[in-house]
Design a protein around this ligand. Structure first.
Ligand code: HAM
Length: 423
């Protein structure tokens, strides 16, 4: 038997219903924030991700799905959404013909060749947003508010917003040098990955899972001590806007994030649900004021985040959040014999077009089995179509709960359902 690839999963049943409910909620939320829906290709030229995400990141060095297409071009399955959206923003010259800022949202599968474990998949779905062309801290606070509002709408309570700042390029460089000076005498005490990071990206040492409890981490320099005035002001404003919107947050000075493109604000939202496990970061993001330029666009600021759908689904499960998904169907049609199939199909067509969830017997089952099936599907009304119904257009329907029976003219049916099903 052929099995699914490691780190992937199938969606069906109630999980699928919950997922669709959340996707619709996201769509509605993005409408309220007036964000524009973007969809970019699932594969792009490898160069985009190498330059966009960063050559030294774990994602690019260890996790991308790279392949050569039949034209011998280097292609990569997207490991995240930001680089593709930035590419699209530049390629479609949105800096020229769009009103500023451009506010994008996207949803779709991402691919990372990671060691599969709870909360880590090789194909996973992200909902993300990116805002281009707004330098003001208002945009940082707004994107954070989107994730918080989504969790609120879903009724997820145990969430924590952690924020930090890396400052602008000048502050970030100062900080980078301070980290190099600090870790240099301790290099032998670091894990193998961090020895690599020391040379390529010392900031990443701070969020190392292996060296997390190493005592040298405690006294490592903090970003906040290396910020210039502009960077300090920006961070102060982010905090003040978050407070104004009633969003609680914690400052985590070790938060640096795993992608290279960040400047100023970085943030993560974690689920603090008992037993959730270590992969509890539901979403992460931040500002990236140099990325558009790095990818050959004009100097344009950007800020955004992405949320992992699988982790969100797990958090909802752990918190036992009930989502208002539709369980059951409105109507189940039983043709008494094959002779009533056409009439029944016509009726089903009418009911479905008028918005009623309608099932029909497919297998010419006997009445008893059809009733059983209707119960299993949690049916509100059952309609039985026999010779008489076809001849007279008078339809008998049964309320499957009260077992009460009604006789109606065919043309009265929709009106009856409108009154009794839609409150
Ligand atoms: P990221 O932190 O790499 O950021 O991913 C964002 C979220 O995607 C994570 O917090 C997590 O919930 C989910 N995620 C990441 N990897 C996996 C995985 N292997 N399995 C399941 N879920 C996963 C980004 O991707 C940035 N593009 C975010 C961003 C947008 N920054 C600015 N704009």
């Amino acid at each position: 038997m052929i099995q699914k690839a490691k780190g992937t999963y199938d969606v069906f049943g109630d999980y699928g219903k919950r997922l669709l409910y959340i996707e619709e909620l996201i769509e509605g939320l993005m409408e309220k924030y007036n964000y524009e829906y973007f969809r970019t290709p699932i594969f792009e030229s490898s160069n985009l991700f190498h330059r966009g995400v960063g050559e030294t990141t774990d994602i690019v060095t260890k996790e991308t799905y790279d392949f050569k297409d039949r034209g011998n071009r280097d292609m990569t399955l997207r490991p995240e959404g930001t680089a593709g959206i930035v590419r699209s923003y530049i390629e479609n010259k949105m800096y020229g013909n769009h009103t500023v800022p451009v506010k994008a949202w996207y949803y779709g599968p991402m691919f990372r060749y990671e060691r599969p474990q709870s909360g880590r998949f090789r194909e996973f779905y992200q909902f993300g947003v990116e805002v281009f062309g707004c330098d003001d801290a208002q945009a940082d606070a707004e994107v954070i508010s989107i994730s918080v509002n989504l969790f609120k709408l879903l009724g997820l309570k145990g969430i924590k917003v952690n924020i930090n700042t890396l400052g602008d390029s000048e502050s970030r460089n100062l900080y980078r040098n301070a980290l190099i000076d600090y870790f240099k005498p301790h290099i032998d005490e670091l894990c193998e990955d961090c020895k690599e990071r020391f040379l390529k990206n010392p900031l990443r040492i701070l969020d190392c899972k292996v060296d997390k409890n190493n005592p040298i981490m405690k006294d490592a320099p903090k970003t906040v001590d290396y910020l210039n005035e502009t960077s300090k002001n920006h961070f102060e404003k982010v905090k003040s806007y978050l407070t104004a919107m009633g969003i609680e947050y914690k400052i985590d000075t070790n938060l640096v994030r795993g992608l290279d493109y960040y400047t100023h604000t970085v943030f993560e939202v974690e689920a603090s649900v008992e037993g959730f496990g270590s992969q509890n970061v539901l979403c992460g993001g931040g500002r990236y004021d140099n990325l558009v330029e790095t990818l050959d666009g004009p100097k344009t600021s950007g800020v955004g985040f992405a949320l992992g759908m699988e982790r969100l689904m797990t958090a909802l499960e752990y918190e036992k959040v009930e989502l208002p998904i539709i369980q059951g169907i409105d109507c189940y049609i039983i043709p008494m014999s094959k002779n009533q199939k056409e009439y029944s199909l016509n009726l089903a067509m009418d009911l479905r077009l008028n918005g009623f969830i309608t099932e029909i017997d497919y297998n010419n089952r006997n009445l008893k089995n059809n009733f059983k099936n209707a119960d299993r599907l949690n049916t509100k009304f059952i309609i039985i179509i026999g010779e008489e119904e076809v001849a007279t257009d008078i339809i008998t329907l049964k309320d499957n709960n009260s077992k009460e029976e009604y006789k109606l003219k065919k043309e009265e049916l929709i009106d009856f359902f409108d009154k009794s099903i839609i409150e």
